[in-house]
Ligand binder design. Structure first.
Ligand SMILES: *Cc1c(COP(=O)(O)O)cnc(C)c1O
Length: 839
């Protein structure tokens, strides 16, 4: 049924109020004006045409999923139309962002927002009695990443498009992204995610741009017509890399980039001879082996990746991407010696570090450049972003495996290393120093250090927060840094505000626009204008009402997924991120247990009502992390069933953390837990999303928390615990854990209750491995930080009981976190690393 009332008469909202015109009464405003009828009719016609001709469905037979596909296809047409404006124009320089992970999430609201048609689509669908929220909810998350690193890549892609930086994102089109997490009796079970099961309307398959990637084999010599010798890699096996392009639409659709993801295919789909001989399974065995490369995302972040398939994935997408951009450069410019003038290549962590020898191979072996020219081109084109300094997460590959899988690359690595060590020895160097800076680690079997390789091959190497960059210079990369002190630079991470504020929190965005004008949508620095209203009680009430509405919505989601009812009046305390010992969810759980005991001991005190929310996935083979999930669930079970604490403390572990779940939790959070062991969280970006949406942070002086504190001010954040230097000091004192436990009755009480089976009555030993780790070693210093964490939490309780100052701090968090926009981060990369023009 057509709802003509929404179509007629009303005009598009053309007013971009500025602060001078902003209403001072802070009365709730009427709903935004509905777009003009013509736009809505055109949009509705486009969607109906897609439904009929691309899907073969009618409105009567269409499911939400069909409406989603029809809408996405209609929007994709507009993206193509927008990109056609710049099609055929060769930009002066492009960025190529290589990442094994892109944690994109859903694209519909991004696309609608940046095309400026969100209200038009809503009205177009409403006129067909179709609800936009239901349609948007039918889009599966593209979860082609594990966590922060992959989400960063997705934020950067969006910002580059919005800043009109010409760019390609390059990665793998995994059939199965990150697993779906199911929690059964507190135990995580991993279920394959099938995001492509019903196709992907955003992408274009570009079979014509496929290329071949080799593995194994040997290296031969060939005499060139001019008499020179060249080495030729003769792979034993080749895999076809087929690109799929997803348009990345920038704000206002002024610029569109492509995310080019490679799918692995066998060169021959079937061995016909074998098939005809009756071997029907064997006939497709080669194909299965080739296609395994893009089958699943490696489901771990930060644990050693000792598997050949992982190395095959890394080389597969790196080689295909470099071949692609080299081919484009040759077609557009001819001479590869000018590559650094027209292309910048960024390596997101070491996963694509094999780009260093692969680019050298393409330039020297395939295109005939001299070694010196090729090394100059390589080291002027590549940039490398480091994401971790934790020893177990620094990638190394056994030389034996590299020689077998990538024999020519191993030769090139040896040659690069030989020249590098020659250069270092010129200045007189000890064998210990040479061993430290060598690309080959010989301390336990010979292994290639991928971080060192990326470092040598890059013009600039960056860390992702001020502290992390400083630690890079002082620790893992200190010997290499000493050889070239200009190479390491800092680029503090950021998040795209279009997704994490405008789309995820339209209520807060509308309030910000009302207060400081629509210009805040283009330039987040205008958020600073909100500081002027931080003390205004009417404005505070509006701000709190937006939060309240999001908390009610989240409570519905949590109840649906866990059966646990949340009180929206309580303080919503959230820790949402990958489950990892260094992120210290266990510290939060210990504090929860201690709080539970304290409330039971003094039930009549005026406890601040709190909801503790946890969400996050554990790597499937990471037993301690899975046990932490189980403990959170078991604690939730007992606490939520105990009438003594009802209304004061509720605990929930929300299953299947994802970008979409983050989008519903973050606008509803009052308190953001960022409590990693100082020195171990390179940056964090969850911390930025939550602060921007007005959650106050309780955190350590780690990663970007330090810069968040500098921006929001020390009165608007709760800092506790050891700093990075303090962590190093304490770690040098053996036995600190037992001393800390002996000194804290509260910590002992919590540990004893867990160890005695207080949360696992049928199986008292269930959490033994967690308790043992804390009492005998405590690598992540939970015991050392516990008491100060407890103190900071009670400060939070007290602050929540002073709503005037709480909301002032919340508003100041939103007002002062504009600097954490990934637009700022991308401008810095563009200027200092890529030397590419913005806009
Ligand atoms: C932002 C984000 C992360 C990163 O969170 P941290 O707290 O920085 O570790 C991980 N997963 C998802 C889905 C995110 O949106």
């Amino acid at each position: 049924m057509l709802n003509d009332a929404v179509l007629t008469g009303r005009r598009r909202d053309e007013t971009s109020r500025d602060a001078a015109e902003a209403p001072r009464s802070w009365m709730p405003q009427p709903a935004p004006a509905v777009p003009a009828g013509d736009d809505v009719t055109v949009m509705r016609t486009a969607i109906l045409a897609k439904l009929a001709y691309a899907l073969g469905k009618t409105p009567a037979t269409a499911r939400d999923r069909d409406w989603f596909v029809a809408t996405a296809l209609a929007l994709r047409d507009r993206a193509v139309a927008a990109s056609a404006i710049s099609a055929g124009i060769v930009p002066p320089k492009r960025v190529h962002y290589l990442s094994l992970e892109f944690l994109i999430g859903r694209l519909l609201s991004d696309a609608m927002g940046n095309l400026g048609v969100a209200e038009t689509v809503r009205a177009a669908l409403a006129g067909l009695d179709v609800d936009l929220e239901a349609v948007a909810g039918a889009e599966p998350d593209a979860a082609l990443g594990n966590g922060g690193l992959g989400r960063l890549a997705a934020c950067f892609m969006e910002s580059m498009a919005s800043l009109a930086i010409p760019a390609y994102g390059y990665g793998i089109r995994y059939d199965h992204g990150l697993f779906r997490q199911v929690i059964e009796d507190g135990v995580q079970r991993e279920v394959p995610e099938t995001w492509l099961a019903e196709g992907n309307p955003w992408e274009f398959e570009r079979a014509e741009a496929a290329c071949e990637v080799g593995f194994g084999g040997d290296v031969a010599m060939s005499v060139q017509p001019d008499g020179t010798l060249r080495r030729v890699w003769r792979p034993a096996e080749t895999v076809r890399a087929v690109p799929y392009d997803t348009p990345v639409i920038g704000r206002g659709a002024k610029h569109v980039n492509a995310l080019r993801l490679w799918a692995a295919r066998a060169p021959e789909a079937i061995d016909l001879a074998r098939f005809n001989a009756g071997d029907h399974v064997g006939a497709v065995a080669e194909r299965a082996r080739a296609e395994a490369i893009s089958r699943v995302l490696y489901p771990s972040d930060g644990t050693p990746a000792g598997q050949e398939l992982r190395l095959r994935q890394e080389f597969f997408f790196t080689s295909a991407s470099l071949q692609d951009l080299v081919r484009r450069h040759v077609a557009e410019r001819g001479d590869l010696r000018s590559l650094p003038d027209h292309a910048a290549i960024q390596l997101n962590d070491t996963h694509p570090a094999i780009a260093v020898p692969e680019l050298m191979r393409l330039l020297v072996d395939v295109h005939g450049l001299s070694w010196e020219d090729a090394w100059h081109v390589t080291t002027q084109t590549l940039g490398y972003t480091n994401h971790t300094l934790m020893p177990e997460a620094l990638e190394t590959w056994p030389v034996e495996l590299m020689e077998r899988l990538l024999p020519r690359h191993m030769q090139i690595i040896y040659l690069i290393n030989w020249m590098h060590l020659e250069e270092v020895s010129k200045h007189g160097s000890s064998p210990e120093h040479l061993a430290e800076v060598s690309l080959i680690d010989e301390s336990h079997g010979k292994r290639v250090r991928m971080g060192h390789l990326a470092f040598l091959g890059a013009r600039r190497v960056n860390g992702v927060s001020a502290l992390h960059t400083e630690l890079m210079r002082q620790t893992v990369f200190a010997p290499l840094h000493a050889l070239d002190t200009d190479k390491i630079v800092n680029k503090t991470n950021g998040i795209t505000f279009r997704r994490w504020l405008h789309n995820a929190n339209p209520g807060l965005t509308a309030l910000a626009v009302e207060a400081v004008g629509a210009k805040v949508l283009d330039d987040p620095r205008h958020l600073e204008g909100l500081a002027a209203f931080a003390d205004d009680s009417a404005f505070q009430a509006r701000y709190a009402a937006v939060r309240r509405e999001r908390k009610e919505a989240l409570a519905r989601v949590v109840e649906e997924r866990t059966g646990i009812a949340l009180d929206p009046d309580a303080l919503f305390d959230v820790q949402i991120k990958r489950i990892h010992e260094y992120k210290r969810q266990l510290l939060n759980i210990l504090e929860t247990v201690a709080l539970y005991q304290a409330i039971k001991a003094e039930p009549h005190r005026d406890w601040t009502p709190r909801v503790k929310l946890f969400a996050g996935k554990a790597a499937p083979s990471y037993h301690q992390a899975k046990l932490i999930i189980r403990l959170a669930s078991d604690v939730a079970k007992r606490v939520n069933a105990d009438p003594d604490v009802a209304g004061r403390l509720t605990v929930a572990f929300v299953p299947n953390y994802s970008v979409s779940l983050a989008e519903s939790i973050i606008p509803a959070a009052d308190l953001s837990e960022q409590i990693s062991t100082a020195g171990l969280e390179a940056s964090g970006t969850g911390n930025m999303k939550l602060a921007l949406n007005g959650a106050l942070t309780i955190g350590t002086l780690d990663g970007a928390n330090i810069e968040i504190k500098d921006h929001v001010g020390p009165d608007n954040i709760f800092i506790f615990g050891l700093d990075a230097a303090g962590v190093q000091r304490v770690q040098a004192q053996p036995g600190y854990a037992s001393r800390a436990i002996a000194a804290s009755a509260r910590l002992r009480g919590a540990l004893d209750m867990i160890a005695a089976g207080g949360f696992s009555p049928g199986e008292p030993g269930r959490f033994r491995p967690l308790v043992d780790e804390l009492t005998h070693g405590d690598r992540f210093l939970l015991t050392a930080d516990f008491d100060d964490y407890w103190r900071a939490q009670r400060e939070v309780d007290a602050a929540w009981r002073r709503p005037k100052t709480w909301w002032k701090s919340a508003i100041l968090n939103t007002a002062r976190t504009a600097w954490f926009s990934s637009d700022r981060t991308m401008r810095e990369y563009a200027e200092e690393i890529w030397r590419v023009r913005v806009g």
